[in-house]
Design a protein around this ligand. Sequence first.
Ligand code: SF4
Length: 334
Amino acid sequence: MKEKIRVSTGSAAVLGLRGARLDDAPTTVYLLAGGRCAVDCAFCTQARTSASPDGFLSRVVWPEFEPEHVLQALGAVARHPSRLKRVCVQATRTSRARSMLRWLIPALDAVRRDCGAGVGDGRIQISVSHHASSVEEVREILALGADAIGIALDAACADVHARTKPGSWEGTVSLLEEAAGLFPGRISTHLIVGLGETEEDLVRVMRRLTDSGVTIGLFAFTPVRGTAMEDVPQPPIGTYRRVQLARHIIVNRLWDVEGFRFSDGRITGFGAEREKLLEIARTGKPFETSGCPGCNRPYYNECPGGTMYNYPRSLTCAEIEKALCEVGLAEGSR
Ligand code: SF4
């Protein structure tokens, strides 16, 4: 008998498996496989010694369902390409996760082919977020039918990594670089802002990863009860907005980051005229959820009504004006 799969609350609502009010519907369906993790990241609800309930990842609740119900519901929704762009499987670091991926990815691939969403522009993408330990493992996941694999770096530098995660930061960066060279456009990572790094650390690693062809998604650190970092506050919104703007400049290669200026690790200049920065910031794009195309992760880091670190949709004019103040670009804010 196949193991149950966890589905994020928002995704379960999109799939019709659970009722929930959705202010912003996810355009990616998020699944969680593998059970409680074998390692101990200080910020993670799924960490081995975390006292958070099993059904939590970050601040989101992930109820369990029978796999056939999930696949059936996915098939029904996948027939409407405007509602679903991507399926993202988050795997914990366990042998259970590895064996689940071996049947789940081909099953997802079969669902999208059966409903005509397996080819062409409307092809539903399958991402797998999995801590692969070698390029051979990356190759295996992609060969199972995944379009992309995310290997979470989380920490912006080796020092922060040593304080928050097991393993080697440089080893993970090297694996990302090697995999991105072998599988162009199919390798992504996540960085968490607010683990104790500086804005300069984030700029440096984002530049290095972009130069290697790795897609970068940003998360705001979110303290959750039961984790080792439950008492650490979220990053200041000004920091997050500056890092979002820096990421947008770097990944779109708008100009070289040599012109960036820092003071005590904080970004004090982006290497461009204020008018140019305003033009970019006023699109609102830098402040939307970042990562794989079609991934919006609504309320992953945010409480409804609280600070919107990542906007899961286009910003309103008022939200853009607010973001300009937060990033320090509004009239009189410098
Ligand atoms: S950016 Fe979104 S779809 Fe891509 S790996 Fe991260 S959570 Fe999954």
